[in-house]
Design a binder for this molecule. Structure first.
Ligand SMILES: [Zn+2]
Length: 125
């Protein structure tokens, strides 16, 4: 997904290429999502199934656990045009702190994070 998501905070000279942004779970980035499956036949990509994702279903892209917090950590990458931000991953706070603690964090984390819910392991079991 790409859109202008983050304005440069006044305490930074410029946004880094990648950073963590705390978004509301009602942010448009989580609205009207779907999982699309394609057929690849004779060099032509054809959509054969599109499964809507409930707006309030947010899964950590790193560990696959369900995220219940009100504020969600997003790994954001700036485009060549700094007015375009690419959301690369939604992260639970555990994976955020485990893998991205050295990244600049912008915004306000959830003041009262909920316990992690393990939905599935890396193998989807
Ligand atoms: Zn995680």
């Amino acid at each position: 997904m790409e859109r202008k998501l983050v304005k440069k905070p006044p305490n930074l000279d410029q946004l880094p290429d990648q950073f963590i942004y705390y978004a509301s779970r009602t942010d448009p980035v989580f609205q009207n999502r779907s999982m699309k499956m394609f057929n690849w036949t004779e060099g032509i990509d054809t959509l054969f199934a599109e499964i809507p994702i409930p707006n309030d279903l947010i899964i950590c892209d790193s560990c696959n656990s369900r995220i219940e917090n009100e504020r969600i950590s997003l790994l954001v990458q700036l485009g060549e045009d700094p007015n375009i931000n690419y959301v690369r991953q939604a992260l639970c706070y555990r994976c955020d702190s485990k893998y991205f603690s050295n990244f600049i964090h912008i915004g306000t984390p959830d003041p009262d994070p909920k316990p992690q819910i393990e939905e599935m392991n890396q193998d989807g079991l």
